[in-house]
Design a protein around this ligand. Structure first.
Ligand SMILES: Cc1ncc(COP(=O)(O)O)c(C=O)c1O
Length: 402
């Protein structure tokens, strides 16, 4: 149970999200709602450009403030954070920076991964001749033990989603991280789903690198993300692209000309190249402040309670839930459906399509992926949202639409 103080803080913050009452919003897995403060921050920055009194040094202060907030969010050092455009860019930066050789292998479960965490590796397969070892999903769950069993002397990396985009279960990244850390294998995590919602801490979990974007659980814009790279790995990786912000300019001006005699920025900063997306940085700042002030441990407890309530309510109605049992796989997403191989297309599943349509017609926002309804929450959701969802689902059941 979230304690009373946290519950009050969470309830108060809901008022900052007009979208939370405009519809019953269970679609953070696609994109999060944005608090009103984001609009104020963006307007302020654009107004400076319109008036011609934009001050770039202030923007660099903003970049470092947000970098610190990212670091706080995941228990990292600020030098372990690199700004990126999105999850794909971060994963490509990490994968290419490893400078793998022909015959090296990387292990992943393509059935459960988003394309963002498949193509960077397939690209290295076709360009360099690495082997991509595809492990079959374990009934919709990340096949952690099979991934470990597939490791051999040529394994250089394991890649895995923190929470899969479908069916939306949490992976046991703790076990994989510890396993890889003991064997000096690079363990890279796509945390697009889960960042800003579930509690992940780099001091506790020895992940090598992790890539996220800001449009989902970080409650901000598309086109910005960050790549975490553990300090000792960052020093071993090489940037494929290099430009001025990846180079240690000391106190010299940012436009100082390049010379042969340069050194890379410490840690993950070496992966940054040219100018930053200042607008997206200003947008994420108020959202990050809210998330960090609540703490992801508190947010995780809150969403787990919502998931529990949702699962119990839907099970009472006899609606099938994918992986309903409690366990570490449970997070902020509830997957409705009974597909077992996670390969169905939504159009293959008329009952789920019909339920999805009914919920959407009743102003409930969610998504259908691979025949499974994905119901995802954040701190702006509350018990009333869950109860309304169950009510609307009950009408669908009573109307015999199954
Ligand atoms: C697991 C996962 N990875 C990656 C992405 C997106 O990647 P990108 O930010 O590169 O578009 C998503 C969703 O959009 C996702 O669910």
């Amino acid at each position: 149970m979230a304690d009373t103080n946290s519950a009050v803080a969470i309830a108060k913050l809901r008022a900052h999200f007009p979208g939370a009452t405009q519809s019953t919003y269970f679609d953070t897995a696609t994109r999060g709602l944005i608090p009103i403060e984001v609009k104020t921050a963006i307007d302020e920055q654009v107004n400076h450009r319109i008036r011609g009194d934009f001050q770039k040094p202030k923007m660099f202060e903003l970049i470092e403030r947000v970098r610190n907030q990212y670091a706080t969010l995941i228990g990292a050092d600020s030098n372990e954070i690199a700004y990126t455009k999105n999850v794909s860019e971060g994963l490509n930066t990490a994968a290419a920076g490893l400078f793998l050789k022909p015959g090296d292998n990387v292990i992943l479960c393509p059935e459960l991964e988003h394309p963002s965490n498949i193509y960077p590796w397939l690209n290295l397969k076709s360009r360099i001749g690495i082997e991509v070892r595809a492990i079959r999903s374990l009934n919709g769950r990340m096949p952690v033990e099979a991934m470990m069993r597939a490791v051999d002397g040529k394994t250089k990396a394991i890649a895995c989603s923190y929470v899969t985009f479908a069916p939306g279960l949490r992976s046991d990244v703790q076990s994989l991280a510890e396993y890889c850390a003991q064997r000096d294998i690079f363990f890279v995590v796509d945390a697009a789903q889960g960042i800003g919602i579930l509690d992940i801490d780099m001091k506790r979990t020895p992940i090598s690198a992790m890539s996220v974007s800001t449009q989902k659980g970080l409650l901000a814009l598309y086109g910005m993300g960050f790549l975490y790279v553990r300090a000792r790995w960052a020093e071993r990786l090489e940037p494929v692209y290099l430009s001025r912000f990846g180079v240690d300019l000391g106190s010299a001006h940012e436009a100082t000309g390049g010379s042969d005699n340069y050194s890379l920025m410490p840690g993950a900063r070496r992966f940054e190249i040219g100018n930053y997306n200042f607008l997206a940085a200003t947008a994420v700042e108020p959202s990050l402040s809210m998330i960090n002030s609540l703490s992801t441990a508190t947010i995780e407890r809150h969403v787990l309670e919502l998931s529990e309530r949702m699962i119990a309510g839907l099970q009472r109605l006899g609606i099938p839930i994918f992986a309903p049992e409690p366990g570490m796989h449970r997070g902020h997403m509830v997957a409705i459906g009974d597909a077992t191989d996670n390969q169905h297309d939504s159009t293959d599943n008329p009952a789920m399509q019909s339920l999805y349509q009914h919920l959407s017609d009743n102003n409930i926002q969610l998504t259908i992926r691979r025949g499974i309804l994905r119901v995802s929450s954040h701190f702006y959701n509350n018990n009333d949202d869950v109860d309304r969802f169950i009510d609307v689902a009950q009408h669908w059941m009573s109307a015999g639409k199954t």
